[in-house]
Design a protein around this ligand. Structure first.
Ligand code: SAM
Ligand code: DTB
Ligand code: SF4
Length: 335
């Protein structure tokens, strides 16, 4: 197994990122094989439990109230609808359901009580449950953990320096604080970013430095390609090249060798060949199901055909135990 480091410098990460492409893929694939069952891919399915009307100004997001994006705004879903979606996702091969809410932060109100009930209900289906609800206090994180939450998604999106260009209604420190609160509650941390926002390569490297220098690496790191949505300030951004996706995934794999690197938003624009390169470069997870939160994603059947073709198998739920039983990722206990 590769040594897990928390002291990567920008120069080191930059050298890795800029390695000639085939050498980079080869190195990342080697690290992947030394640390993980490379043919096993974790499948998460997303559901938006509260859509649109968000007070934040994230420049990429179709759910921000201030942009006219035509998103189908709705209040919190009934628990039954979420349970039905979880059952469908499980039948489609997903081991994890991730519930998203267009909130700036969690408030201690009836809606949070409803989310807690959803977490309990999905947990009872023997699925890993993940939430992405915005900022959390320590006690809210604990409440989610007590309800059986497995993971919490809270992305850094870009570098600390670039953050103000993308979001002005909260700070990078707010983001890091929530991640710390999630850690304290012994919930598995899912945190990554988006490429294609107009960031520089240095910004990508700087974000990977922040993630890989955390005292404990996030158990999962989603790498999203921007899905440009009409009405958002980033609607006219060109699509990122698959080579940038591959470089980002490979570099994340090398600097965080035991982490689950998720090939996230943007797959509808990618061919099977391009996705295969991402798996080769160390991706070990996807979001499956025909929708992400509000935008399209490949259907379960298409993904299963791809898995069959590439010889990949879906990871079983709770393969590495439950987070509160785990000691830490360095021992490869949870992911
Ligand atoms: N409101 C919560 C928050 O911001 O943490 C949770 C939901 S938010 C939609 C979850 C993540 O989705 C964001 O942090 C961002 O990384 C990703 N995301 C949103 N819109 C996207 C887009 N158009 N393309 C790619 N990723 C996107
Ligand atoms: C993550 O990193 N990507 C997912 C999940 N975490 C919540 C969300 C992608 C959203 C893409 C735009 C949309 O569908 O609204
Ligand atoms: Fe709101 Fe999250 Fe979208 Fe930002 S990314 S506008 S916080 S839903």
């Amino acid at each position: 197994m590769t040594e897990v480091r928390h002291d990567w410098t920008k120069e080191e990460i930059s050298d890795i990122y800029h390695t000639p492409l085939l050498d980079l893929i080869y190195r990342a694939a080697t690290v992947h094989r030394e640390n993980k069952d490379y043919a096993e891919v974790q499948i998460s399915s997303l559901i938006s439990v509260k859509t649109g009307g968000c007070p934040e100004d994230c420049a990429y997001c179709p759910q921000a109230a201030r942009y006219q994006t035509g998103v189908n705004v709705h209040a919190i879903l009934p628990k039954e609808e979420v349970v039905a979606a979880a059952q469908k996702a499980k039948a489609g091969g997903a081991s994890r359901l991730c519930m998203g809410a267009a909130w700036r932060e969690v408030r201690d109100n009836r809606d949070f009580d409803k989310v807690i009930e959803m977490v309990q209900a999905v947990n009872e289906l023997d699925m890993e449950v993940c939430c992405t609800l915005g900022m959390l206090t320590e006690s809210q994180a604990q409440r989610l953990a007590d309800a059986g939450l497995y993971a919490y998604n809270h992305n850094l999106d870009t570098s600390e320096d670039d953050y103000k260009r993308i979001i002005t209604t909260r700070t990078y420190d707010d983001r890091l604080k929530t991640i710390e609160n999630v850690r304290k509650a012994k919930i598995s941390v899912c945190s990554g970013g988006i490429i294609g926002l107009g960031e520089t390569v240095e910004d990508r490297i700087s974000m990977l430095k922040t993630l890989s220098n955390m005292p404990q690496h996030p158990e999962s790191v989603p790498v999203n390609a921007l899905v440009p949505v009409e009405g958002t300030p980033l609607a006219e951004q060109p699509r990122v090249s698959v080579w940038d996706m591959v470089r980002m995934i490979a570099t994340a794999r090398i600097v965080m060798p035991r982490t689950v690197v998720r090939l996230s938003a943007g797959r509808t624009e990618m061919s099977t060949v391009e996705q295969a390169l991402c798996f080769m470069a160390g991706a070990s997870s996807i979001f499956a199901g025909e929708k992400l939160l509000t935008t399209p994603n490949p259907a379960f059947d298409e993904d299963m055909a791809m898995f069959e073709l590439l010889g990949l198998t879906p990871r079983k739920a709770f393969k590495n135990g439950r987070p509160h039983q785990a000691k830490n990722i360095e021992e490869g206990v949870i992911a």
